[in-house]
Write a new protein. Structure first.
Length: 132
């Protein structure tokens, strides 16, 4: 989020500080299409994230295919590593989660605990062998 702002999403409204955000969602069918939709700027507003993305910039999308819904598990993992709940029930009106959108002071993908919490493999470090 390049600048702090207040956003109306559905029946709710919240103040979103400047910074980095991570959103977890599910697309049990058509994951690629859903991700492409989120990356597009022009679209009809349907979900809470659509309202948010009118003000924010997508910096990355991480596909995590699964045969079962894991968004609530991932949401709890983000809160456990210090993700800040800015908007109650954002993207989570159909479950018991506080939110599915978390604020971070720095880019979450640069945080090892973020990658570990979501089960994202870290890039292997390459070392040169002798004689190479």
């Amino acid at each position: 989020m390049p600048e702090a702002c207040t956003i109306q999403f559905g029946k709710n409204k919240a103040f979103f500080p400047r910074g980095w955000y991570a959103y977890v969602g599910s697309a049990m069918k058509g994951l690629e299409k859903r991700m492409a939709r989120h990356a597009r700027q022009e679209k009809k507003r349907r979900w809470h994230i659509d309202y948010f993305l009118e003000k924010a910039q997508v910096r990355g999308l991480i596909p995590m295919p699964s045969p079962r819904r894991e968004e609530c598990d991932k949401s709890r993992a983000l809160e456990e590593i210090g993700g800040i709940v800015v908007a109650q029930k954002f993207g989570s009106t159909d479950c018991k989660c506080k939110t599915h959108l978390y604020h971070f002071a720095r880019p979450p993908m640069m945080m090892e605990d973020f990658r570990t919490a979501l089960g994202i493999p870290t890039a292997p470090t390459h070392t040169k062998s002798k004689g190479a």
